[in-house]
Ligand binder design. Structure first.
Ligand code: PAF
Length: 306
């Protein structure tokens, strides 16, 4: 019987120049992995990387051949069009690792790929911020986190031995699991609380530990848990409260991604976070007034500049 061809060595490309993508690119480069950046136009990007008070510099250029390993850490609202733009440049056996906040449409993502191309999803709690200009960027690793990684299709599993260690270097420590969805519901609860509230109150994550936020925090969490549980992904309210509090604690000094989006007048991921919860609750006949209100408040803030 013919043996399947052994997996090819992976050359990593990171899509865009967002904070998490550049954090991953710098950590891979620091480890000796050759990384390229996939950008809209041909150019090189100089990055000054600051982590644990140590500085290093990297220069990233665009890939010159077909892409066989791509990390796509773009915003939830941009992921489908990013994959569509990449498609023509992907090798037939390319591995794609998607990572964003909020609930992805995994079936729609998979429909963009060939059956021979591997699809992965990674969710992370790492924190990073960027500053500087388009070609001269400073990336600071502001909060050491961890990630959960899962293969989404069968062909991805053939590459587990190459993709997992690379993601461990890029955004580790990585827990590799078979089904990403329970972890995404868990992370959704964290993002449903921290992201809109820090954006609305223009504060750091740790600020939400103040007692006057307690009632609202608990109400948001109870709603997310009821929607998750009714969707077949049981979330315990007390355990989820503990998780949210521990993320607020560990990332106390950080500004959440949504706070940064509103502050910098960019589109937010509200549609894939509170918006997803509201849509799912509607389908299930559940009421989620707290999440609905947060969604409305963020949409109003966004409408001022979008
Ligand atoms: O979106 C974010 O900022 C992050 O997912 C998290 C975990 C809330 C920390 O800031």
């Amino acid at each position: 019987m013919a043996q399947p061809a052994p997996p090819q060595p992976l050359n990593w490309t990171v899509v865009g120049q967002g904070a998490i993508g550049l954090l991953a690119a710098c950590r891979l480069s620091r480890h000796g992995t050759n990384v390229t950046l996939w950008l809209r136009e041909q150019r090189t990007v100089n990055v000054q990387f600051v982590a644990a008070n140590q500085q290093s510099s990297f220069v990233f250029s665009m890939p010159s051949k077909a892409l066989n390993a791509v990390l796509v850490p773009v915003k939830s609202y941009a992921v489908i069009s990013a994959v569509q733009q990449l498609k023509a440049n992907l090798a037939a056996d390319a591995q794609l690792v998607i990572s964003h906040n909020g609930m992805p449409d995994l079936a729609l993502l998979q429909a963009q790929l060939l059956p021979s191309q591997g699809l992965w999803f990674l969710t992370t709690t790492h924190g990073a911020v960027t500053s500087g200009t388009e070609n001269q960027i400073r990336v600071e690793h502001t909060g050491g986190g961890q990630s959960v990684l899962a293969p989404v299709n069968a062909v991805a599993r053939l590459y587990a031995r190459q993709v997992e260690p690379a993601m461990h270097t890029a955004l580790g420590p990585v827990q590799q699991v078979e089904d990403i969805l329970p972890f995404l519901w868990h992370k959704l609860a964290v993002n449903a609380v921290i992201n809109p509230l820090t954006a609305i109150h223009n504060c750091r994550n740790g600020e939400l530990r103040q007692p006057h936020y307690r009632r609202q925090l608990e109400a948001i969490i109870a709603e997310v848990c009821s929607v998750a549980t009714a969707s077949g992904y049981p979330l315990d309210i007390a355990a989820t409260n503990d998780t949210v509090r521990s993320v607020m604690e560990k990332t106390a000094q950080n500004y959440s991604s949504m706070q940064q989006d509103i502050y910098r007048k960019r589109q937010t991921e509200i549609d894939a976070i509170s918006g997803f919860i509201v849509r799912q609750a509607n389908k299930l006949g559940l009421n989620v007034p707290e999440n609905m209100q947060l969604q409305q408040q963020i949409l109003q803030l966004q409408q001022r500049y979008l």
